[in-house]
Design a protein. Structure first.
Ligand SMILES: Nc1nc2c(c(=O)[nH]1)N[C@H]1C(S)=C(S)[C@@H](COP(=O)(O)OP(=O)(O)OC[C@H]3O[C@@H](n4cnc5c(=O)[nH]c(N)nc54)[C@H](O)[C@@H]3O)O[C@H]1N2
Ligand SMILES: Nc1nc2c(c(=O)[nH]1)N[C@H]1C(S)=C(S)[C@@H](COP(=O)(O)OP(=O)(O)OC[C@H]3O[C@@H](n4cnc5c(=O)[nH]c(N)nc54)[C@H](O)[C@@H]3O)O[C@H]1N2
Ligand code: SF4
Ligand SMILES: [Mo]
Length: 727
């Protein structure tokens, strides 16, 4: 690098990866500023975002991991020695080989989390090693919607909100004011200024709800009933798009019959939403096409009701004619570049009939489920990402570690995730991780999970590695850019770890690229672009095409949708075939009890933190120092609590401490922030960085038996709890 050069690169402090211009001197980033020339830039985003100004601080934070560390004392004792990468890789490789010889390749599990790094090298390594046991958080983050939209429309959709064109928007269980603060949120603000109907369905009066023309504070977990109520009104009053329904919807009559009981007054009883508001919302959505409907983790985290709720929402879009229409939703296309699916070597691995945990138990999130759905998507020559949609159920992984059933899992490699804060049931995760023969963590910081490791390896973070974002290969868009500097100290891109470990385990011929950058360049090769050419604009995309189902195939017939019937499946033939309900119906709804009289939501996002990240930053801690529990004034009064008091929130799994905040929200419901720990506390047992104080996941359960039987979705919202003042 030359002195004082400026480099176009990307932030990666959330999933957006905005363009950044870095000033670099002597291999160090001295200054960063937004890059107005690069996708996905927006001046307002950068003005609203509090994270990118912290890039240089995070790049050289005193608590960053800079060298490979090996545990020297007891597990969790906080005693480490610095070793070389070669020693770390050699030792980890040898240990894995000996465990594999003893227990089989499936004894290795991996853990991933949100969109922080590139995951395909991990999956490629696992395919070659022979283990299907990667786990993440897909079951409660995106997978329910991806599966359901594919069942219903033949492929996942990208939602669209166009302030000019969109006539009405529903934001359902999503709070971009805190979770996004980026392009989507700016567009919501712009849309709200048009005064067109904006409906927010959320038990809490969020800053997103403040923008709404109609706020519907649904009782947590009862959304399925509300959605069926909307459908009831729309069908009964014939507000649906009759042409689209007649031509393109399969099973409408059976739906109409199914909706009979969901009258507005019944819906009011179950959901707490007034009957007149149910009627009003249904009229607004159906009467203002093109209309759009976004959903978020509020819906993905409803356990057995997530899938049926997504189905009802998918049907709502369909019968109002809002599928693959500008300003509503876009059925995306396969990429022109090499999809992650192929880089992962998933298909050849699946053909080896791997010993997948819960193999025959989950009807969709399994190799068998994937194969069934693939038969449909292949009608349009499309393939969903595979390892993500077949990832193991975390609860089964913890159980296999502890009990050896159905076979032992003895080692885990954790990359870019912090399961002790972000997976359900911290006590169980803690016990399981402590029982392992080998725990390796690839990290930027010494997280509570890393504190339990045998080896912590220093990852290169934002600006230290090139970046290519490809939406997991479900859309024809790639964006990104080059690194600004070589990684500081002995940090390495995660790719380096997987490749080097692979080489030590006989995978040499399957890692043909020298560097991470080379591998990214190779994945773009079908575009005829070199990495440098790509980096100049940092974007590859094609103009969206809409109404694709009307396009004609070579025989002159409309191509339709990639489903069993070739239409939008209001009535799902595939669900029927695999023994599930073809129409959306509520399963067990959340219920409080005498001991636990309130319902808990355990995952509200809040700025400026991101899950369990950035709690090291003094500036952030000063602006938001305490973990918050929100509740309504009436609920607080009934409990004898006032704003600012310290309380225990307790469920049947455990208890954690929060500070009360009064906000308008559903009665008898409380919402806690998630991700809280205290990096300034001792990095050893028993404190483990203050892990046990205010960690929302001490309160949650991810039990496999009570999870949804199609995808394995567990419950983070609508958990029975009680709240009392701390002494
Ligand atoms: N600041 C910040 N931003 C983030 C993250 C972060 O940790 N911090 N995480 C990132 C990640 S990984 C993700 S997946 C996205 C998630 O982005 P969002 O989906 O916007 O995330 P949440 O804050 O969980 O929003 C869900 C909303 O659903 C509501 N809700 C809870 N239960 C129910 C219910 O039963 N019904 C309905 N209708 N609503 C309910 C909550 O009150 C909340 O306002 O955010 C990303 N952005
Ligand atoms: N109770 C409850 N629990 C939840 C949720 C909830 O709503 N409620 N939401 C869930 C959801 S949607 C999600 S996505 C998960 C998020 O779960 P996680 O992804 O586990 O959460 P993060 O705190 O973002 O952890 C990411 C870690 O990756 C590290 N990291 C960042 N960049 C890199 C990199 O390039 N390489 C490596 N190796 N490490 C890196 C960071 O330092 C950080 O420690 O949490 C889930 N857990
Ligand atoms: S929104 Fe902020 S944190 Fe996210 S990528 Fe853009 S600049 Fe970084
Ligand atoms: Mo997520």
């Amino acid at each position: 690098m030359t002195e004082n050069s400026t480099i176009q690169t990307n932030c990666r402090f959330c999933g957006y990866q905005c363009g950044i211009i870095a000033t670099v001197k002597d291999g160090r980033v001295t200054k960063v500023k937004p890059d107005p020339s690069r996708f996905p830039y927006d001046g307002m985003i950068m003005r609203g975002c509090r994270r990118w100004p912290m890039i240089t601080t995070v790049m050289d934070h005193p608590q960053r991991i800079n060298y490979p560390l090996k545990r020297v004392g007891e597990r969790g004792s906080g005693q480490w020695e610095r070793i070389s990468w070669e020693q770390a890789l050699d030792e980890i490789g040898e240990k894995l080989q000996s465990l594999k010889d003893k227990f089989g390749p499936e004894m290795l599990a991996t853990s991933i989390g949100g969109p922080h790094t590139t995951f395909w090298p991990l999956h490629r390594f696992m395919s070659l090693f022979g283990s299907a046991n990667n786990m993440g958080i897909g079951q409660i983050c995106w997978n329910p919607g991806i599966w359901v939209n594919t069942l219903t429309y033949g492929w996942p959709i990208d939602m669209e909100l166009d302030p000019e064109n969109t006539g009405c928007a529903i934001l359902w269980g999503v709070n971009p004011a805190e979770s996004d603060n980026s392009l989507f949120w700016r567009t919501v603000l712009e849309f709200s200024r048009t005064k067109k109907p904006l409906i927010v369905v959320d038990p809490r009066y969020t800053r997103t709800a403040e923008q709404a023309t109609l706020w519907l504070p649904v009782r947590p977990g009862t959304d399925i009933v509300l959605a069926l109520g909307f459908l009831h009104v729309i069908v009964k009053k014939k507000l649906y798009n009759q042409e689209f329904v007649q031509k393109w919807c399969h099973g409408f009559d059976r739906l109409a019959e199914h909706l009979t009981p969901y009258t507005p007054s019944y819906v009011e009883k179950i959901t707490g939403i007034k009957a007149e508001n149910v009627i009003e919302a249904a009229h607004l959505f159906a009467g203002n096409s093109p209309a759009t409907l976004y959903s978020g983790r509020g819906i993905d985290q409803l356990g057995v009701n997530s899938l049926p709720t997504h189905r009802a929402l998918a049907i709502l879009r369909a019968i109002t004619g809002n599928v693959d229409v500008p300003g509503t939703s876009h059925l995306s296309e396969m990429p022109d570049f090499i999809p992650e699916l192929d880089l992962e070597l998933s298909e050849p691995f699946a053909a080896t009939n791997p010993k997948h945990l819960g193999k025959d138990k989950l009807k969709l999130q399994s190799y068998a489920g994937y194969a069934k759905v693939r038969e449909q998507t292949m009608k349009h020559n499309k393939r969903l990402p595979m390892r993500y949609l077949t990832s193991a159920h975390p609860n089964q992984v913890w159980q296999a570690m502890l009990t050896g059933d159905p076979y032992p899992i003895r080692s885990m490699i954790v990359m870019a995730s912090n399961p002790l804060l972000t997976q359900a049931d911290t006590q169980l995760v803690h016990k399981a991780l402590k029982s392992l023969d080998l725990l390796v963590v690839l990290e930027l910081f010494k997280t509570p999970t890393a504190m339990l490791a045998d080896y912590i390896l220093p990852s290169a973070g934002a600006l230290e590695r090139p970046l290519l974002e490809t939406k997991a290969g479900v859309a024809n868009i790639a964006y990104g850019g080059d690194q600004a500097v070589e990684p500081y100290y002995e940090r390495r891109p995660d790719f380096y770890f997987w490749k080097e470990l692979g080489i030590r385990l006989g995978q040499e011929k399957d890692w043909p690229w020298d560097t991470y950058r080379d591998s990214l360049e190779a994945s773009l090769s079908p575009l005829g672009l070199t990495w440098d050419e790509f980096s100049m604009t940092g974007l590859y995309s094609q103009e969206n095409r809409y109404f694709k189902y009307e396009e004609l195939d070579p025989n002159g017939f409309p191509v339709g949708f990639a489903t069993v019937s070739g239409k939008v499946e209001v009535y799902s033939e595939l669900l029927k075939e695999i023994g599930d309900d073809p129409l959306p119906r509520s399963k067990k709804l959340p219920e409080s009890s005498k001991d636990f009289p309130l319902l808990l939501m355990s995952g509200a996002r809040f700025q400026p933190y991101y899950a369990s990240s950035y709690h090291q930053l003094e500036k952030f801690r000063t602006s938001h120092p305490e973990p918050i529990v929100e509740m309504s004034l009436d609920t607080a009064n009934r409990l004898g609590l006032e704003e600012g008091c310290s309380v225990w929130v307790e469920t049947e799994r455990g208890k954690a401490r929060f500070i009360t905040k009064i906000v308008p929200m559903c009665e008898d419901t409380v919402s806690v922030e998630y991700g809280w720990w205290y990096p300034e506390m001792s990095a050893a047992e028993p404190e483990l960085g203050g892990l046990w104080f205010s960690n929302a996941n001490v309160l949650t359960s991810g039990d496999f038996e009570t999870s949804d039987s199609l995808v394995g979705t567990w419950t983070y919202n609508g958990i029975p709890c009680r709240v009392e003042k701390t002494k």
